[in-house]
Design a protein around this ligand. Structure first.
Ligand code: SF4
Length: 388
């Protein structure tokens, strides 16, 4: 029997963040395999009803420092329906004074009217899924906006919302280094204070995955992708943004507090289809399919499909690896004394190996990725888990 979220946090550290998954988009982009339904406005009301039931499992309001509405496309919800969702969240997950409340938005949804509405509802950070300012690249990615719509939406958002971030994808099929440099140039010219850059991945379940197997699409050359990533670091940092996490850049004070909770090993709540939470010492995951999620909540059943208790060993290994995604690294010399002996010795061994290879470096009390380690970082982390 899967315990309720309220039970899971009884004896552990309290969650400080909350993720709300809104599983709707106007259409599905070619590279996306997220849990969502395209073009289903008929389900919006049912979704908010289900969220009301899921949230009531909290039993009492649980204050948090950050809230993140992600998806899917949370900005797709019309005012009346979104207002109901925001009200539920304000009741069950009241935000601390000065807390961060982010909403992911698609450029086409970002009108003056909606910006005023979101702001009135407490949204103080907008994360725009722009992906590119290049017409051809946007078409390849099957996005539903064009470059001018993106530029206008960024300018409008900056005028209304205190903090605005932009997601960009690089290494799209056919993309040149010149295209990518032009995308980076737009970030600086528009005065964006936060940007997340991701190399395109081909995920099972996406239409790009099938097209790749059928050889209708070609991955970008590995060297070109690497060059794009290193150019992003150079151009954005020279433009005054700090590279604070493998994929994230921000002006001082603009880093995403919600994502930092994940990387710092803090606990977080998560609601909606496929949402994964980290409560006390448990990691739990909701039903992935939206219709299944709705039916279960409507039948009075739990949204959870899986709940795993993490050992102290697993908790430390995860905390180490997530923490290392941040450019400042982790204060390993401080942590060592709290870590169980076997875990400490395994991590020490992997660490020394990666320091000798030049991928990690020691900086005061911290151990962190070197520039050489940054570009291979995804390949390093399994060494910190395998020995468990
Ligand atoms: S990439 Fe974003 S906008 Fe496109 S389908 Fe996925 S969640 Fe929706």
């Amino acid at each position: 029997m899967i315990p309720s979220p309220a039970r899971l946090v009884e004896n552990g550290p309290k969650p400080i963040a909350a993720y709300i998954h809104v599983p709707f988009c106007s259409q599905r982009c070619g590279y996306c395999n997220f849990s969502l339904l395209a073009n289903r406005p008929d389900l919006y009301e049912r979704y908010v009803d289900a969220m009301e039931r899921e949230l009531s499992r909290l039993e009492v309001p649980r204050p948090v420092k950050t809230i993140f509405y992600g998806g899917g496309t949370p900005s797709i919800l019309p005012e009346q329906i979104a207002a109901r969702l925001f009200e539920l969240i304000r009741y069950w997950l009241p935000l601390d004074n000065g807390g961060e409340c982010s909403l992911e938005a698609n450029p086409r949804d970002i009108s003056e009217k909606m910006l005023r509405f979101w702001k009135s509802q407490g949204i103080n950070r907008l994360s725009i899924g722009g992906q590119s300012f290049q017409e051809t690249k946007l078409k390849v990615l099957e996005r539903d906006h064009n470059p001018n719509e993106l530029i206008d939406s960024v300018e409008r958002a900056i005028a209304h919302i205190p903090r605005v971030s932009l997601d960009l994808i690089f290494a799209a099929p056919g993309e040149t280094l010149k295209d990518w440099l032009s995308d980076l140039d737009h970030v600086l010219k528009l005065g964006l204070e936060h940007v997340s850059t991701y190399g395109l991945t081909f995920e099972k379940g996406s239409s790009f995955w099938g097209r790749l197997q059928r050889k209708e699409l070609k991955r970008a050359d590995e060297d070109l992708e690497l060059e794009m990533y290193t150019q992003a670091i150079d151009v954005l940092t020279q433009g005054g943004l700090e590279h604070y996490e493998v994929s994230n850049f921000a002006r001082p004070g603009q880093a995403c507090q919600h994502n930092q909770a994940y990387w710092n090993g803090d606990r977080w709540w998560a609601f909606g289809p496929s949402a994964a939470s980290y409560l006390g010492k448990h990691r739990s995951v909701n039903h992935h399919g939206t219709l299944n999620y709705l039916r279960r909540l409507e039948a009075g059943e739990t949204a959870l499909i899986e709940c795993e208790e993490l050992s102290i060993d697993q908790q430390w290994r995860e905390r180490f690896v997530f923490g290392m995604r941040q450019m400042r690294g982790v204060p390993w010399s401080q942590w060592r004394s709290s870590v169980p002996e076997k875990t400490r010795s395994d991590i020490d061994t992997a660490l020394q190996e990666h320091i000798d290879m030049g991928y990690l470096e020691v900086h005061g009390e911290y151990v962190r990725l070197s520039r050489a380690g940054l570009v291979v970082s995804d390949g390093l982390w399994s060494s910190y888990f395998d020995a468990s």
